[in-house]
Write a protein that binds this ligand. Structure first.
Ligand SMILES: Cc1ncc(COP(=O)(O)O)c(C=O)c1O
Length: 388
C-alpha cells in the first residue's frame, strides 16, 4: 500500500463546478468569488472575507493596508512556513523571530514581550497545523503595546479558540487554499477582518488599487469608462474558476472538518501509550482543525545537545516508513535556519532552540479527507511495527 501525506479529494459536483465559469465566459474575479467570500464569512463568523491568490498575498496585503513598511518590525514565530516572514521583508520591514512552545508548536506568549521594541508595529501569530495560538494573552500584549495583529491562519480552517474561529481576533486573519489545506482552490487565500475601512482598502489593493471592480464596471451603467486608481495596488485577485471550487466545497465544510477530527481521534487513540511520540496537543478552549497531524518524535528529552541524535533517529524512522509506503514529513521548517534569514540576521540553532528542535524532530503523519479506513489502519500498523 502507498499512503501519501495528503491527497486532494473533490466530489464530482465540485470537480464539475469549474465548468460553470469556464462556460459563462467570465473567468476573472466575479460572482463566484463573491459567493465563496460570503460562505467563508458565514462559516468563520468574520464580518468581511476577501479572496486573494494565496495566504502569502493575504498577509502581504494585510501588512500593506496597515501601512507597514521600512523601519517597522514584526514579531514572527521562528517555526512557521517561510512566507510569514517573507511578507515582512517584501515590504521593507524587519523580522523579529520569537520562539515557540514545543507542546503546541505555536508562539509562546511568554517570549513575545522581549521581542518588542520601539519599532515593533505588528504581531503575526500563526495557528499552526489547525491549532489556535493563545489569542487572549497575544491580544492583551498587542493592546498594551499598540500593535497590529495579522493572524497567519493558513492552516486555520475549523480552528477555534474559546468558541471563536481563528482569523477573527486580529486586525486581519489570513487563510490558505493550497492543496494541503482542508479547503482547496489549487492556489488561493482569504483575508478576514472586522474592520470596514481595512476591508475596503484590502479589496482595492488586491485589484490594482482600482476604485471599482471590473465586475461592478461591466454591470454598471457606463462599462466603457475605466476606473480611477487612488493607490498603486497589486493584482492578487482570485479567479472565478477558483472561487466556484472553494464555494462548492464550503457546502460540506462541516463534514470536511468532522472527518479530519475523526481521523485525528483514531491516531490519538492508537498512539496514546507511545512515550516516544508526542501527538498534537489537546487544550481546553481550543478546537483543532487538523490541517495536518504533527507529532514530536522524542526518543530522548529534546535538550539542545540531544537534538542531533533524535534527529538522526527520526530520519531513520521516516525512511523505514517511506520504504513501507507511508509518507511522512517534518511538520514545517525553522525559518531562522533557512539560508536567507540565517545569513541576513546572523542566527544560529540556539537562537530559537524550540523552533530548531521542532524542525529537526517533528513528524507529520498522513491525514486527509477521503482517507480510507484500511489506509489509516495500515499507517497505524506500520508505525507500531517499525517504531524505534
Ligand atoms: C503557516 C503557513 N503560513 C503561510 C503559508 C503560505 O500559504 P500559501 O501557499 O497559500 O501562500 C503556509 C502554507 O503552507 C503555511 O503553512
Amino acid at each position: 500500500m502507498k499512503i501519501p501525506i495528503a491527497r486532494t479529494s473533490l466530489t464530482e459536483a465540485e470537480t464539475r463546478s469549474v465548468l460553470k465559469p469556464l462556460r459563462s465566459g467570465w473567468l476573472v474575479q466575479g460572482e463566484e468569488v463573491r459567493r465563496f467570500e460570503s460562505k467563508w464569512s458565514a462559516f468563520t463568523g468574520a464580518k468581511h472575507s476577501i479572496a486573494v491568490t494565496s495566504c502569502t498575498s493575504a498577509m502581504h496585503l494585510s501588512l500593506a493596508a496597515l501601512d507597514f513598511g521600512p523601519g517597522d518590525e514584526a514579531v514572527v514565530p521562528a517555526f512557521t512556513w517561510i512566507s510569514t516572514a517573507n511578507v515582512v521583508e517584501h515590504l521593507g520591514g524587519t523580522v523579529v523571530f520569537c520562539d515557540i512552545d514545543l507542546a503546541t508548536f505555536n508562539l509562546a506568549p511568554g517570549n513575545i514581550e522581549s521581542a518588542i521594541s520601539q519599532s515593533t508595529k505588528a504581531l503575526m501569530p500563526v495557528h499552526l497545523f489547525g491549532l489556535a495560538a493563545e489569542m487572549s494573552p497575544i491580544c492583551r500584549i498587542a493592546a498594551s503595546n499598540s500593535l497590529c495583529i495579522v493572524e497567519d491562519a493558513a492552516c486555520g480552517f475549523g480552528a477555534t479558540y474559546n468558541g471563536r474561529h481563528v482569523g477573527t481576533f486580529g486586525d486581519t486573519g489570513c487563510f490558505s487554499f493550497h492543496p494541503r489545506k482542508a479547503i482547496t482552490t489549487g492556489e488561493g487565500g482569504m483575508v478576514t477582518t472586522e474592520d470596514d475601512c481595512l476591508a475596503e482598502r484590502i479589496r482595492r489593493l488586491r485589484d490594482h488599487g482600482a476604485s471599482m471592480t471590473d465586475l461592478a464596471r461591466h454591470k454598471g451603467p457606463r462599462p466603457y469608462l475605466l476606473a480611477d486608481h487612488p493607490e498603486a495596488g497589486y493584482n492578487q485577485r482570485m479567479t472565478d474558476i477558483q472561487g466556484v471550487l472553494g464555494s462548492t466545497q464550503m457546502d460540506r465544510a462541516k463534514d470536511i472538518l468532522e472527518e479530519r477530527q475523526l481521523l485525528a481521534a483514531n491516531y490519538d487513540q492508537a498512539f496514546a501509550d507511545l512515550d516516544w511520540l508526542q501527538t498534537p496537543a489537546q487544550l481546553t478552549g481550543h478546537s483543532h482543525g487538523y490541517q495536518s497531524y504533527p507529532c514530536l518524535f522524542q526518543t530522548e528529552p529534546l535538550e539542545p545537545a540531544l537534538v542531533p541524535k533524535v534527529h538522526e533517529a527520526r530520519n531513520a524512522f521516516m525512511d523505514r516508513l517511506q520504504q513501507a509506503g507511508v509518507s511522512t514529513r517534518p511538520a514545517t521548517h525553522a525559518v531562522h535556519m533557512l539560508a536567507y534569514y540565517r545569513d541576513k540576521y546572523g542566527l544560529a540553532p540556539e537562537s530559537f532552540p524550540n523552533a530548531y528542535a521542532a524542525s529537526q524532530c517533528s513528524i507529520s503523519l498522513p491525514l486527509f479527507c477521503g482517507m480510507e479506513e484500511a489506509e489509516q489502519v495500515y499507517v497505524i500498523e506500520k508505525i507500531l511495527e517499525l517504531q524505534p
